[in-house]
Design a protein around this ligand. Structure first.
Ligand code: SAM
Length: 287
């Protein structure tokens, strides 16, 4: 027999729709309607959903700016013992949204934590992309600029697993341009736009094509980028004449010999030194 929900003294992480309201599960509805307290990322944003459910619980705002004051308050409520649900504006709390610290604190204080699973843009985009989903990485939002961004970009470029990245629409072109600069135009990508909504769309199949699309059609709505992994050097290694051709393309695009070798090394996973010497090999053959 299933346990009675919501239970006193339990923290419920409740997944809410990322677009389509029909994606709110019956179990999520029941818990949100009956729980004593609902911690919302934005009480105004979630107001309509909670009113539609006739949720009777006390609503408290819970976001990254008030975590420090809210955590002890929510632990006290759980200790009384009250049932507490946490929801974000959309999707799963704790995934690029508040929730992680609350769950850690609830565990530390010995309270039960239960997730009522629901939609998540990262996994929805991944499984819709057609890119390998047996192993993958989630990067969330990259830092907007500076060293932090450069470091994360350097890791992503060499990552052989599929990588999922969140981005705001007004920054999508910059992200795709950065990825193309480092991974090359041929790296597979699918940009999932407006998942579960009326104008849902997948844009790919590679960085060059996605960039061309979004330069013509300014990105609008919510977007998640699913980037194919870097080819592993031990897998199908291109033959030397193909490598030389790709080096020449980069030089014609304005890269120095060293820069061309570095970029191709990132794209192929082959050592930069080997590619650099290939270029000289070709030059000496041409002499
Ligand atoms: N917690 C949420 C989840 O579980 O997916 C993610 C919240 S995060 C603040 C918001 C980002 O998720 C957006 O910038 C976008 O990258 C992605 N996202 C959310 N809804 C989406 C949708 N319907 N289609 C595509 N991407 C979406």
């Amino acid at each position: 027999m299933q346990r009675q929900e919501p239970a006193a003294g339990t923290l419920y992480l409740v997944g809410t729709p990322i677009g389509h309201l029909g994606d709110l599960s019956p179990r999520a509805r029941n818990v949100l309607a009956a729980v004593d307290v609902i911690a919302c990322e934005d009480t105004r944003h979630s107001g309509q959903l909670l009113s539609d459910l006739q949720a009777r619980g006390r609503r408290l705002s819970f976001h990254r700016h008030n975590i420090r004051t809210r955590l002890p308050q929510l632990m006290e409520l759980l200790g009384e013992p009250r049932s507490v649900a946490v929801i974000s504006d959309a999707g799963l709390p704790g995934i690029s949204d508040p929730g992680e610290e609350l769950v850690a604190e609830a565990h530390r204080c010995g309270h039960e934590v239960i997730c009522i699973p629901g939609p998540c843009a990262a996994t929805t985009a991944l499984v819709s992309s057609g890119l390998p989903s047996d192993r993958f990485c989630f990067e969330g939002f990259l830092p907007a600029k500076g060293r932090g961004r450069r470091e994360r970009m350097a890791q992503i470029v060499c990552e052989t697993r599929t990588t999922v990245i969140y981005e705001a629409p007004h920054r999508l072109l910059t992200l795709l341009e950065d990825l193309e600069k480092h991974c090359g135009a041929e790296r597979p990508v699918q940009v999932a736009r407006e998942l579960t909504k009326r104008h849902e769309q997948q844009v790919g199949p590679n960085l060059g094509a996605a960039l061309a699309h979004f330069r013509k059609n300014a990105p609008q709505g919510e977007c998640t980028v699913v980037l194919g992994g870097a080819p592993r050097a031990v897998d199908a290694e291109p033959d030397e004449s193909e490598l030389q051709r790709r080096l020449q393309v980069k030089i014609q695009e304005g890269s120095s010999a060293s820069e061309a070798a570095r970029r191709l090394a990132m794209e192929t996973g082959l050592p930069k030194r080997r590619l650099y010497s290939l270029m000289h090999q070709e030059n000496s053959q041409a002499d």
